[in-house]
Design a protein around this ligand. Structure first.
Ligand code: AP5
Length: 295
């Protein structure tokens, strides 16, 4: 089959999956396809757009099922029913693990400040160079380094149309104030509550797959023992040591009351010392309740 025929098949397959729903400006298919792309780039874009479309449709149906199809208005006065969530908790309380599930369920943009900073360190950018010594010591990077990055990212179109999931931000009173000043309002603030003594074991046993970003734990959530390639590429974060987690916990305890205090009206505290599935169930219910209030 030549490229034009292949493109036609791909486009009609997307059209079929979206035929029963209205296609507004914010639909991901409208946003992502560029005419200057190569044939293989176009096919990759179509594949990604198709997946995004499925998530978008799931979210619309989910919202409609709860009587939430009426569109809210974002900070620019544009029409949007995006869901905005903050997830907080101590180091290794399970934020990243739960974010994998939440972003899949709601199709929202996951912004992990830890991942963004690690990427900046790996790329050797100015931000990365500034952040490295703090991260290596288990300390928080200065507010002025992180606030600008997050504010700029939240201004981007995908965050406005799809909604955002902030993981690891805000961590200080100044960061919470900066978010409010930027007009970024969350629908709910999820706090994962886990005792310190449990966190140390979680930190030390954590491993991450650099290819997929999937988080494992060598005891609680181990990789497939037969997948040798996966096991060989798993990474152990340099700040995931018993020594550094003590400093990370100190930083967390110093700031947590101020951050929680900024979100008293939308905060839900969730017992994070249970199976990821049980934690996820409570999170889903909390998000539903927050959205029902918004309606
Ligand atoms: P960051 O990467 O955000 O680290 P963190 O907050 O310490 O959180 P973690 O990523 O360690 O844990 P998590 O809660 O995501 O847990 P996970 O799901 O992986 O930040 C790193 C550094 O960047 C900071 O120290 C700071 O220097 C800097 N930084 C970042 N944001 C900043 C900001 N806003 N301001 C200033 N500095 C900033 O789970 C952990 C393990 O437990 C995994 O192995 C997992 O499999 C397992 N697990 C998860 N859930 C369960 C469960 N329910 N039961 C059993 N095991 C579980």
């Amino acid at each position: 089959m030549n490229f034009s025929a292949l493109l036609l098949v791909a486009l009609s397959s997307i059209a079929t999956t979206t035929a029963f729903l209205p296609l507004p400006q914010a639909h991901p298919n409208v946003l992502r396809i560029s005419t200057s792309s190569s044939p293989s780039d176009v096919l990759v874009a179509l594949e990604m757009a198709s997946r995004q479309a499925t998530k978008w449709e799931k979210k619309q149906k989910w919202l409609e099922g709860r009587g939430l199809s009426a569109e809210a208005t974002d900070s620019d006065g544009e029409s949007s029913n995006a869901v905005n969530i903050i997830i907080a908790g101590a180091p290794a309380s399970g934020k990243g693990t739960q974010c994998e599930i939440i972003k899949e369920e709601y199709g929202i943009v996951h912004l992990s400040t830890g991942d963004m900073l690690r990427a900046a360190v790996a790329a050797g950018t100015d931000v990365g160079v500034k952040a490295k010594e703090y991260m290596d010591g288990g300390k928080l990077v200065p507010d002025e380094v992180i606030i600008g990055i997050i504010r700029d990212r939240l201004e981007e179109e995908d965050c406005k149309t799809q909604g955002w999931l902030l993981d690891g931000f805000p961590r200080t009173a100044a960061q919470a104030a900066a978010l409010a000043e930027a007009g970024c309002k969350a629908d709910c603030f999820l706090f994962l509550d886990v005792p310190d003594e449990i966190l140390v074991e979680r930190v030390v046993g954590r491993r991450t797959d650099p290819e997929t970003g999937k988080i494992y734990h060598m005891t609680f959530s181990p990789p497939d023992a037969e997948d040798e390639a996966l096991i060989a590429r798993l990474e152990h974060r340099s700040d995931d040591t018993e020594e550094k987690v003590v400093v990370r916990l100190e930083q967390f305890h110093t700031n947590v009351a101020a951050v929680k205090g900024s979100y008293e009206d939308i905060m839900v505290s969730i017992d994070g010392n249970r199976s990821p599935t049980d934690v996820s169930k409570d999170i889903s219910e909390s998000i539903s309740a927050a959205l029902a209030k918004r309606a």
